[in-house]
Design a binder for this molecule. Structure first.
Ligand code: HXC
Length: 514
């Protein structure tokens, strides 16, 4: 027995050495964590349990039979984060560049299947040269098996991708299907075709960072949801995200002790909306004044900043916040904001997270480029996502709610449960200037004093529409509230809807305008 124990210990050491102690050392020296370091950092101490750690590839192509490593370049298993079970795979670049072959894929598939059966989130730490070239079609098959599972698990368990090195070629499509993608600044890269191919095909020179770095994907493409300043900071953000979301679609999000008074009145809110309706204000400050302890985990911070989305708590319960941002494009909705909002709303709805929408929207961003980019179908996604969401939906109109954008932003007409408006709310088909120019075009053009007439008509329009009294009289808003009482009223509304039960008509699936 003694010898057996000794033998197993030796085997374990060999397994833990992965692609070689020298390679692990040089990674650490270059400031990178190893696949195992990342797991250790992420999980509650002592909770990680490794699976299939002695798997090896079975390929003999191109000398691969002499390059066998226990684990085949990916560490898989489960453990606890914030005391809740989470499954993980972490690719090990020291083994054949973390490339994915048949057995490597089999390990990932195994852990994804377990996560789905167990109803627990799955995290994938990606650090890989992509399909293992020597294994050819078996590598491609492995990716296919993973994509298939990503899709089946979508909306059932949260799937989180953490890109900590290269993620290239078709390999990007597994993270692409998952709910959230994290990247590390200047360390992660994601692209379908790399700089060399682009140079050969398009004669275009582009750096790794410009093509697929965290700035590109968090600000331009919107592929990436969170960017960490370094690996540890990125993993901290993963943990923070997990603290807001449930383990599966069958659970409620985890509640936190509500140590911020439910009935906290916030006088600063009375001052936040400027008197001049054309002046912007900081919607993130508004959010932080309302939510528990001012804590807000912003998703997609750098992308489509005219719409702010993220997680917070109200009375200890997780909510998803969607807020127009008057600081950027005056808070108008465009293609990217619509995509960002729709995706976030669908995640929240899939995982039982109530929606709180803060509305200050002058309309859709006008422009030929927006039409050409398909604002019709993308704006429709936002409308669709709000309409199909059956979780509690609370809306607060702080200022402008004009035209189609009023309808889109979680109006009563799309099934919002409770809609509040501040006294500063303006709810109408369009803003005063535009409206007067349309309805009184002839009168103004034939008037002897066109400017005086225009001003008078604008004033009349404002008095009629630039306040929330008319929609309140029609029942489109439930109450006109003082800004200071927003937090207690939202919490009460949320509590009243705790057992909301609503189902969409039976269907195989809807046909969201993709
Ligand atoms: C097999 C690979 C590999 C791969 C890297 N390695 N990528 N082995 N298949 N795809 C090996 C290298 O041979 C090397 O082995 C070790 O990993 C480290 O690689 P380096 O090149 O030395 O590292 P680095 O300079 O940091 O460059 C990393 C890299 C580069 C940028 C990722 O390795 C690279 O460009 N790799 C190929 C990327 C690629 O084209 N992949 C296929 C994409 S297509 P040794 O033994 O020397 O240490 C794809 C299709 C998926 O993925 C389709 C799904 C539907």
């Amino acid at each position: 027995m003694k010898n057996m124990i000794k033998g197993l210990k030796k085997l374990r050491e060999e397994k833990d050495a992965a692609g070689g102690l020298d390679k692990l050392d040089s990674r650490r020296k270059s400031g990178k964590m190893t696949a195992r370091d990342r797991i250790e950092y992420l999980f509650d101490p002592g909770t990680f349990v490794e699976l299939q750690s002695y798997i090896q590839h079975r390929s003999t192509n191109f000398g691969l039979d002499s390059k066998k490593y226990f684990g085949d370049g990916v560490i898989t298993g489960f453990g606890k984060i914030h005391d809740r079970t989470v499954y993980i795979f972490s690719q090990d670049f020291t083994v054949l560049g973390g490339s994915l072959g048949e057995m490597h894929a089999m390990k990932i598939v195994n852990v994804m299947d377990l996560a789905l059966k167990a109803g627990a989130p799955v995290i994938g730490i990606n650090d890989s040269g992509g399909a293992r070239i020597q294994e050819g079609i078996s590598s491609l098959a492995g990716y296919g098996d993973i994509f298939y599972r990503n899709t089946r698990a979508s909306g059932v368990i949260p799937q989180i991708s953490v890109i900590m090195g290269p993620c290239a070629g078709g390999a990007v499509y597994s993270p692409g299907i998952t709910d959230f993608i994290f990247m590390v600044q200047h360390k992660s890269h994601m692209f379908v075709t790399g700089p060399e191919v682009i140079k050969a095909v398009n004669k275009e020179e582009v750096t790794f960072d410009d093509l697929g770095g965290s700035d590109t994907h968090s600000e331009k493409s919107g592929v990436c949801h969170f960017v960490g300043s370094d690996e540890k900071n990125t993993l901290d953000m993963v943990k923070e995200l997990l603290s807001y979301i449930p383990s599966s679609n069958l659970e409620s999000p985890p509640a936190a002790p509500a140590n911020d008074p439910f009935d906290r009145m916030e006088d600063k809110l009375n001052e936040i909306v400027p008197v001049n309706p054309n002046k912007p204000y900081n919607v993130k400050e508004l959010i932080s004044l309302i939510v528990d302890n001012g804590k807000f985990l912003e998703v997609h911070k750098g992308f489509a900043q005219n719409l702010v989305v993220g997680f917070a708590r109200l009375g200890g319960k997780t909510v998803g916040i969607i807020a127009n941002n008057p600081d950027i494009y005056a808070g108008t909705l465009d293609v990217n904001a619509s995509l960002k909002g729709a995706r976030f709303i669908r995640f929240c709805d899939a995982f039982n997270i109530p929606l709180v929408s803060l509305v200050d929207v002058p309309g859709f961003l006008p422009g030929r480029d927006q039409e050409e980019l398909g604002i019709i179908k993308h704006g429709a996604k936002l409308l669709y996502a709000y309409s199909e969401a059956t979780v509690p939906k609370l809306t607060l109109i702080t200022r402008k709610a004009y035209g189609g954008a009023y309808i889109v932003m979680s109006s009563k007409h799309l099934g919002a449960d409770i809609v509040y408006a501040w006294p500063t709310a303006e709810i109408a088909v369009m803003g005063p200037q535009g409206a007067i120019n349309v309805i009184f075009k002839k009168d103004i053009s034939t008037s002897e004093q066109p400017e005086t007439l225009r001003e008078r008509l604008i004033q009349e329009y404002k008095e009629k529409f630039a306040n929330p009294k008319l929609p309140a009289a029609f029942g489109y808003i439930d109450d006109i509230i003082l800004p200071t009482e927003t937090r207690p009223l939202l919490i009460k509304a949320l509590e009243s809807l705790e057992h909301k039960s609503l189902e969409n008509p039976r269907k195989k699936h809807g046909n969201i305008p993709l």
